[in-house]
Design a protein around this ligand. Structure first.
Ligand SMILES: *[C@@H]1O[C@H](CO)[C@@H](O)[C@H](O)[C@H]1NC(C)=O
Ligand SMILES: *[C@@H]1O[C@H](CO)[C@@H](O)[C@H](O)[C@H]1NC(C)=O
Ligand SMILES: *[C@@H]1O[C@H](CO)[C@@H](O)[C@H](O)[C@H]1NC(C)=O
Ligand SMILES: *[C@@H]1O[C@H](CO)[C@@H](O)[C@H](O)[C@H]1NC(C)=O
Ligand SMILES: *[C@@H]1O[C@H](CO)[C@@H](O)[C@H](O)[C@H]1NC(C)=O
Length: 472
């Protein structure tokens, strides 16, 4: 599986980078480097980076540095929320079993995690109902898919804390990792009602068997003929591009699918309100809920056939941040029912991306097609995967000069990105809008062909099993 097949802005940037490199290689490296050097100097001078304290490659380092985030919060954080940006290893992690006890902050074995996950999912505790009243079947639900990037989640929590009206919502954190630091962070939330659910078919709980990566499985990039010679387990099931499954990529689609079924179909307490889907590396604007309610209300008149509300869009902040589509997507039971009706197509589509799979069924299967209402000014930002102009120029020049710096993805420190996002939002003229203008746009888009990564019979079977209610 090669993530590079994933289309989208970052792929476009990568393509641009590669083609620039290809063209420039024809010239003498030093000559071609001169304008780039000038560009970098210019950009460094304009950016917030202090070249005195950060060496060039450091700027592009990934993952973001925890220490830097802690030392200087990249945007104005109200003092009472600063606690969420700092870990507190002195706190115990609550565990919900019949004694409602806590366990000390430490790492657990697979079988312990398995017990904790089972107990937590069975208990279905909704926290802070004593402060904000009981959740009812009309409560708006925000569901956050969480993997491992606690640095990002800290900032999402801080942004949620500042979202007006959050006290009326229920935030559900859906985890595929039982992690002490993440649970401790979530456990300290005091500004709204929240719950945690844990994906039971995770790699963490199946470290060396499906749905995790089985050591007997074929290496993802092995040719089919060689795989058959080798006799590895899934030799017969490469994807449409001839690659074999990669558990960490499959997990994201499984987790998304499980969570949708679990929440809409009553695995969790019956919820009838709409769901807003977020991810750990999203960041929300403080009028998110206000704008959502307004959009929902006004859409009844302007676009009753709209099935999905998208609170984020493909914003490009002066080309610094590339975001993918389907950020901050929201829909309710009516839309879910048409998605559910196409479950088989979703599970058999050879694409490991849940959003592309959803787009595919939305264009080929659901009746009517899934029409989306989009905001012009994004209320949800995707801050986790960004390519800065500085990094792009840097990686290009290092490649040209053949300086051996290899990073899989030139991603930038979340601090400067959040700063830019905040500056962008400060310029919004229409925070807390009183009304909205609607514009109908028709794009000629072909149904996606599939990016592969979903050829393995077991992935399809697990996906269909979830559809049949095997959630635990
Ligand atoms: C940890 O918490 C306990 C009780 O809340 C407190 O007495 C103790 O001083 C704390 N320890 C540290 C290192 O902060
Ligand atoms: C609940 O969990 C705690 C911590 O893991 C454990 O000590 C206790 O025995 C458990 N109680 C039951 C009834 O399982
Ligand atoms: C555990 O705590 C939750 C929430 O505080 C409560 O709803 C539940 O009844 C408790 N369970 C037991 C066995 O005390
Ligand atoms: C939601 O709850 C109310 C009051 O408890 C009830 O009358 C209504 O039928 C419920 N709606 C659904 C869709 O379950
Ligand atoms: C799907 O469910 C069937 C029946 O319970 C089971 O035999 C099979 O192992 C499951 N497959 C996967 C991939 O979970």
């Amino acid at each position: 599986m090669d993530r590079r097949r994933l289309p989208g802005p970052s792929a476009v940037l990568r393509w641009a980078k590669q083609s620039v490199v290809r063209r420039l290689r024809r010239f003498i490296p030093l000559i071609s480097a001169v304008p780039f050097l000038a560009l970098i100097v210019f950009m460094l001078a304009r950016s917030d980076y202090d070249p005195g304290t950060a060496s060039l490659p450091e700027i592009c380092q990934t993952p973001p540095k925890m220490q830097r985030l802690q030392q200087s919060f990249p945007y104005a954080v109200p003092p009472e929320l600063e606690k969420f940006l700092l870990p507190d290893h002195n706190t115990s992690v609550p565990v919900f079993n019949s004694s409602n006890s806590t366990v000390p902050f430490r790492q657990w074995s697979v079988s312990e995690v398995s017990d904790l996950v089972r107990l937590s999912n069975a208990a279905q505790v909704i926290h802070n109902e004593d402060a904000f009243g009981p959740v009812d079947n009309a409560t708006l639900v925000i569901v956050v898919q969480v993997h491992s990037r606690v640095e990002y989640l800290r900032h999402l929590v801080v942004s949620l804390a500042q979202a007006q009206g959050i006290e009326d919502a229920l935030v559900i954190f859906s985890h595929d990792l039982f992690d002490a630091e993440i649970n401790e962070l979530v456990g300290r939330i005091d500004f709204c009602r929240f719950a945690q659910i844990f994906f039971p078919f995770s790699i963490q709980l199946h470290p060396d068997e499906f749905p995790g990566q089985d050591p007997r499985d074929c290496p993802p990039l092995l040719k089919r003929s060689e795989a058959e010679k080798l006799g590895c387990r899934n030799a017969q099931w490469p994807d449409k591009y001839g690659h074999y499954r990669q558990a960490d990529l499959s997990q994201i689609k499984h987790h998304w699918w499980w969570k949708a079924w679990y929440l809409f179909e009553g695995g969790f307490k019956a919820l009838e309100g709409d769901l807003i889907f977020l991810e750990e590396d999203h960041w929300v604007v403080k009028d998110l809920l206000h704008t959502y309610r307004l959009l929902k209300q006004e859409s009844k008149m302007h676009c009753p056939e709209c099935a999905i509300i998208s609170l984020g869009n493909q914003v490009e902040i002066t080309q610094w941040i590339s975001s993918k589509h389907n950020i901050g997507m929201a829909f309710g039971r009516k839309t879910w029912n048409s998605v559910k009706g196409c479950a088989k197509q979703f599970c058999l589509f050879d694409d490991y991306n849940w959003d592309w799979s959803l787009m595919y069924i939305g264009m080929t299967c659901t009746r009517p097609n899934l029409l989306t209402l989009n905001l012009k000014s994004s209320r949800v930002f995707h801050v986790g995967e960004c390519v800065t102009a500085v990094c792009l120029a840097l990686t290009t020049i290092f490649e040209i000069l053949a300086i051996g710096i290899h990073h899989k993805k030139a991603s930038c420190d979340v601090g400067p990105v959040l700063k830019l996002v905040n500056e962008q939002v400060r310029q919004y003229a229409n925070l807390f809008p009183e009304s909205l203008k609607f514009r109908r746009a028709t794009y000629k888009v072909k149904a996606p062909k599939g990016n592969g990564g979903w050829g393995d019979y077991r992935d399809r079977a697990l996906c269909l099993n979830l559809t049949a209610g095997m959630w635990t």
